[in-house]
Ligand binder design. Structure first.
Ligand code: PEP
Ligand code: MG
Length: 586
């Protein structure tokens, strides 16, 4: 047996918190094949088992080939000839043999690892023909596993013990459907800090680290894992001293949360009395409870596309209406900003909405997709206007890049209001209409846009992505993805001055606002409204209450003189240590 040694790995922190628990490795189909090491004396038997399974699968495929050829002809049966070729591929056989005979891996584990990596490599080639080949590889993998008698273990939905989920990747919708009672944290090999998986993790208050790089091979069936979502570290098989130190951290964090909870009913007001609006970002209606518990002034961003990500069915107008009505009623008079659908790019639903695109983040996403799919957009707009009779609902359009898009969206809102009127359905049409500023083109041209809207909200997650030409969900360029980059700060500064001159309300709802240092910087730049994930509300409130507006302005002035995001963040950390040391957990 291999000795179990402690292994510390660095990834990208995306959702704060610390969790300790047993590892559950998730493979692409949502099943786990734990790593099992075979005793040296049994290795040859294990290898024979693997070879028998390969023979068995080869004869099954050959039988399918013959049958298909008789019924549907030789061309259709070629699929199976190709599968046989793959199964007999000498490199595949050599790698499987190497893992079982030299690394003493179980046949099931070797099959799962080798074939799933092979399929993934084909998928990455971005060629539709090879992507189909990848499905064939997965098919062979499943047949081999079944021939080996592998019990496909617990699907995610049946987990009933606390675990730490380890996976190659998780989509936003998979993350949204994790059962928070049992999944204590997760870590993935790929992914970046701005991806929507990260945003959902924050919404669920689930500690998470992504972009660790290949590590699943190092996890054994019995591994225990620590996930440090504050620092982006995971520890496999921690020793006792490490466990003790993390347990102390967990206690410190709990006591900080209790102290911060006492701020719930106090305003987000600077020490010298300037009131800052502090709202919450939500993805699901049930999150209103956390918002109210932590004293949010309202909902500053409701990401409605998550209605699509958690169901196989396309939501109907009634589904939209029910969700929005629930949120606005529960928020009891507080403003609720509903952001219209922001689908596409990494937020595709269970069924893709668009053909494969080469650059989905630059493609048909968000308002562009909505304006081209009125069957999606109209029911949503109707539902928003209908739900507005229950409270203070405002509507906001995402990813506005040109004035024509804004006008088209507003026009459509007018048309659906007319339809509701004609049909005698109760609705309100006098709701404030805003736009997100998340594309540099809009930030630069804002003085024109601002004449046609009632409020602005800066989406720094996308604004940073598009300003810095860096994919927000790509771990390879994660170090470049910084909303504190001076180029992004300059665009924000421009938006604030346009907002001030036009007297239109402006908020920042990107993740930037949830970082206490960056939040103070924004206030110093003149931002008077922030919207953050519910988990960050009290932390940001504490930071605001600990400084004067003059101190914020000094922070902003100094930050604006720096030339790199790293310098800005180091300086902000220094200011937080000085003004709000309570927030630093050692
Ligand atoms: C943003 O881009 O900053 C934003 C708030 O929207 P999302 O993260 O949903 O793209
Ligand atoms: Mg965005």
């Amino acid at each position: 047996m291999h000795p179990i040694t402690m292994l510390e790995l660095q990834g990208i922190p995306v959702s704060p918190g610390v969790a300790i628990g047993p590892a559950l490795v998730l493979d692409l189909d949502g099943y786990r094949i734990p790593k099992t090491i075979i005793a040296a004396e049994s290795v040859e038997d294990e290898f024979a088992r693997l070879r028998n399974a390969m023979k068995g699968v080869a004869s099954q495929i050959e039988a399918s080939r013959k049958e298909t050829s008789a019924v549907a002809g030789e061309t259709t049966a070629d699929i199976f000839s190709a599968q046989l070729q793959m199964l007999h591929d000498p490199r595949l056989q050599a790698e499987l043999g190497r893992r079982v005979r030299l690394e003493h891996q179980s046949a099931e584990y070797a099959v799962n690892r080798v074939l799933s990596h092979y399929a993934e490599a084909l998928r990455q080639l971005d060629n539709p023909v090879l992507a189909d080949r990848a499905e064939d590889v997965r098919d062979i993998e499943k047949q081999l596993l079944s021939e080996l008698g592998a019990v496909m273990q617990t699907p995610l939905s049946e987990i009933s013990e606390p675990v730490i989920l380890l996976a190659r990747t998780l989509t936003p919708s998979e993350t949204a459907n994790l059962d928070r009672r049992y999944i204590r944290a997760f870590c993935t090999e790929i992914g970046g800090s701005g991806g929507h998986t990260a945003i959902v993790a924050k919404g669920l208050e689930l500690p998470a680290v992504v972009g660790i790089g290949p590590f699943l091979d190092s996890v054994t069936a019995a591994s225990r894992v620590i996930v440090d979502g504050d620092r982006g570290v995971i520890v496999l098989n921690p020793d006792d001293a490490t466990l003790d130190s993390y347990r102390r951290r967990i206690k410190q964090r709990e006591s900080l949360s209790q102290r911060l909870a006492e701020l719930r009913d106090l305003p987000a007001e600077t020490a010298d009395g300037l009131r800052i609006g502090l709202s919450a970002n939500i993805e699901f209606p049930h999150e209103t409870t956390a918002c109210l518990q932590r004293g949010a002034d309202g909902i500053g961003l409701y990401r409605t596309e998550f209605l699509y990500l958690s169901s196989d069915e396309t939501p109907s107008e009634e589904d939209h209406y029910d969700a929005y009505s629930q949120v606005v009623k529960e928020m009891a008079g507080r403003p609720v900003i509903i952001r219209t659908l922001d689908l596409g790019a990494d937020k595709v639903g269970r069924r893709p909405m668009t053909e494969r695109e080469n650059n989905p983040f630059l493609g048909l996403r968000s308002i562009r997709l909505s304006l081209k799919n009125l069957d999606l957009f109209r029911p949503q707009l109707r539902a928003i206007l209908r739900a507005a009779v229950h409270g203070d609902i405002r509507v906001m359009f995402p990813l506005i890049t040109t004035i024509a898009e804004l006008r088209q969206a507003r026009m459509l809102l007018k048309v659906v209001a007319e339809d509701l009127k004609d049909a005698g359905i109760p609705y309100r049409s006098d709701i404030p209409v805003g736009m997100m500023v998340e594309v540099p083109a809009a930030a630069v041209m804002l003085e024109h846009f601002v004449k046609e809207i009632d409020f602005l909200s800066i989406g720094t997650n996308d604004l940073a992505q598009y300003t810095l030409a860096v994919d927000r969900s790509n771990e390879y360029v994660a170090d470049l993805y910084q909303s504190s980059d001076p180029a992004v700060l300059r665009l924000i500064q421009n938006c604030v001055s346009v907002g001030k001159a036009s007297e239109k309300s402006l908020s920042v709802c990107g993740e930037m606002s949830s970082n206490p240092g960056r939040a103070l910087l924004l206030v110093g730049l003149g931002v008077r409204h922030l919207s953050v994930p519910p988990a960050a509300l009290t932390r940001v409130k504490k930071a605001i209450r600990s400084v004067t507006i003059e101190q914020c302005e000094q922070i902003a002035a100094r930050a604006m003189s720096l030339e790199a995001s790293r310098d800005v963040d180091m300086y902000l950390l220094d200011r937080i240590s000085k003004y709000v040391p309570e927030l630093i957990v050692s």
